[in-house]
Design a protein around this ligand. Sequence first.
Ligand SMILES: Nc1nc2c(c(=O)[nH]1)N[C@H]1C(S)=C(S)[C@@H](COP(=O)(O)OP(=O)(O)OC[C@H]3O[C@@H](n4cnc5c(=O)[nH]c(N)nc54)[C@H](O)[C@@H]3O)O[C@H]1N2
Ligand SMILES: Nc1nc2c(c(=O)[nH]1)N[C@H]1C(S)=C(S)[C@@H](COP(=O)(O)OP(=O)(O)OC[C@H]3O[C@@H](n4cnc5c(=O)[nH]c(N)nc54)[C@H](O)[C@@H]3O)O[C@H]1N2
Ligand SMILES: [Mo]
Length: 710
Amino acid sequence: MDSVEQLKKAKIPCAETGIEIRHTVCAICSPAYNCGINAYVKDGKLLKVEGTDENPKNRGLLCTKGLANREYIYREDRILTPLRRTGERGEGTFEPISWEEAYREIAEKLGSIKAQDGAEAVAFFGGYNKWFRPWLRRFAHSFGTMNYGTESSSCMTAGWMAWKVGAGQLAGPDMAHCDLYLGWAFNPYHSGYLKAIAAEKRKEQGTKFIIVDPKITPAVEKLADLHLRPYPGTDGALALCMGNVLIQRGWIDREYIEKYVHGFEAYAEYVKGFDETNIEKLTGVPYEQVVKACELIHESSSMAINENSAPIPHHKNGMQNYRAIMALAALTGNYDRAGGQLPSWHTFAHQISGYVTKEDEFADGTEPKDAKPAVGAERFPLWYYTEREMQAIDLPRQILEEKPYPVKAVFALGMNLRMFPDDNYLIEALKKLDFFVDADLFMTDTAKMADIVLPVCSSFERGEFMTYGGGYAWFTKPAIDRVGISKSDVEILCDLGRIMKLGDPELEAGYEANIDFMLEDLDITVEELKKHDLPIRVPGAKRYVPGSLLEKGLSTPTGKFELYSELIASHPQWNLDPLPTYCDPMDEADPDKYPFILCSGGRIPNAIHSRLHKVPWLRSMRPDPTADISVEDAEQLHVKEGDWIELYTERGTICVKANPTHRVQKGVVFFYHGYTEADVNMLMSRTHVDPYSGFPAYNSTRCGMRRKEV
Ligand SMILES: Nc1nc2c(c(=O)[nH]1)N[C@H]1C(S)=C(S)[C@@H](COP(=O)(O)OP(=O)(O)OC[C@H]3O[C@@H](n4cnc5c(=O)[nH]c(N)nc54)[C@H](O)[C@@H]3O)O[C@H]1N2
Ligand SMILES: Nc1nc2c(c(=O)[nH]1)N[C@H]1C(S)=C(S)[C@@H](COP(=O)(O)OP(=O)(O)OC[C@H]3O[C@@H](n4cnc5c(=O)[nH]c(N)nc54)[C@H](O)[C@@H]3O)O[C@H]1N2
Ligand SMILES: [Mo]
């Protein structure tokens, strides 16, 4: 091999090989990380990725998923052109069409449905990716409907709702300064590697860790000074019992409570019901361990609690459990204190970066007056009150029942139908629609249901505004050629805004002008950002001074941290409890027939929802859909490692491989979601949901399990 060939083989960037390094971002678990990537590019094609050392987020590191970006971006089923359906819905037969044709058809169909049934008959949905959301929300409003909704109908929002109800706005843990970290449902080793690194650093510096998790995870093994092991969904009872112990022993901050907390007496009375007589029965956690946890809290000068988007809220009682956990911060004077829970403000697309943009003003700038309340507003009134968008979990019901009004069309950016509980019900609903558009990178099972499919590009192919904690901003440049004739989601929305004559000058002005609007109050512009190849600090971004918000007064009805929510109390028609009351998490299925608790949360390092199961490198790490079950249950069912088992509920059966392990409690089954061939959400109930948030009970559903006879 000559030396140039060797250089090429080794993918060395230099004049001889023509390989260049360009800076971009990974959007696989965007926007949580948006880790910086060095893209090795030749002739517009991506050859290799590595982490960017200078990126303030990942400092050169990448996770398993990020390292597979090349295979992700060039996944076999990338959509190359706009498509029009020619066969039955779901069959996957399409003809390529031009963008002009696609736009014309979309404009005509949505326009005629609006003329006939009203703008509310069209719903706009955004999947996991978040960067385009302000535009999609604004687009829906400019079109005239409140029916904008997203994947966050099942992620994150329930936690934010709990914070809004309790403290008027979001807050997060100040891990960098805490003496004790209460890692409630905390296993960043699988869901967010940079948090695991930060936690290990804190541990070295002396921070103590309590981990609350039904499973023995890497976080338990590497970090925990104490591991509490409740059954899934029983967290509320455990937190209330901790509250009771802290009060009984006088381990609370009375002065803080007097000054800043509302509803303490009612709360203190309620928690008396959770004590040594019932807590082990309710949660599986022995009372002595609850006391031990409270001792650790008492001995610590500050306590931060894990911010949680999925495993705590994914239960019928999820938001109330979340509130019960938050209450511990208020009782011990750890809300709005250094090393405790600090109030936070969004910067852009769900990122908290230390400065505030006008994103919300942009997104809500055209909210229609007198439009009908969004889908889900009746069933989940607290959700609609705090979020003013559709609770998408209610969308299939409304399409099928047409109550309180019909929804005839869905325009989706990246819908994954397997996100929804009882997804066969959603498939039925999608089949009933008059018109369905889905824009995605890949030909997914959802896209196969659409009348028009639009090809979107990846983060490597677009220029994009990015923000990072520590006051950073960045405007990326496209690193590779677009695959096919794909466009970015925002380009599509702005094009359609123009073609459909929505009368929205901001949408017509386009992405960069819109970002400039959002940055108006800051000393930075898109033009300035574009001069830099890497993130820069936004001038004037200030650090929050802990305690300022408490002094100013919170934006709750009483201005205090509300253990007893006056917002909920003042809406008795909602039928919700002002206190963080507890109820059993399980569904009503017969426990004799369905004796196991199916917990379909718990991330695995090599998958993210529906997107990576088809990426060969990542799939090779866990080639078959595999459930973690307890060794005791495996023995009872005569199941060995690698045997096939069936998991079933009243709604169906899936077939998966068994992984018997001591990490899992007897009676619990852990299985990851998003597989086409073993779709766990098919087993879930669409009515077994949290009445506060609308979140599905993905993590506590009764199921049966048996060995599959071959
Ligand atoms: N590799 C990978 N990373 C991801 C994702 C992914 O799919 N794959 N998804 C991303 C997204 S969208 C999200 S929302 C986050 C979620 O990330 P996390 O919030 O970390 O969620 P999980 O990994 O589902 O659960 C964390 C831990 O909670 C435990 N747990 C499950 N149910 C309960 C319960 O009822 N009570 C308690 N106390 N513990 C429970 C699980 O055993 C698990 O160890 O991860 C993000 N990161
Ligand atoms: N059983 C069970 N179900 C769950 C969960 C669970 O723990 N258990 N977790 C829930 C949670 S926390 C979440 S966040 C949701 C996941 O939410 P989903 O929205 O289901 O997530 P993905 O599977 O990532 O699907 C998003 C789709 O968007 C496409 N996409 C990716 N990037 C872009 C883009 O830039 N533009 C467009 N238009 N499309 C894009 C992808 O190809 C994919 O088809 O699932 C929820 N469902
Ligand atoms: Mo999520």
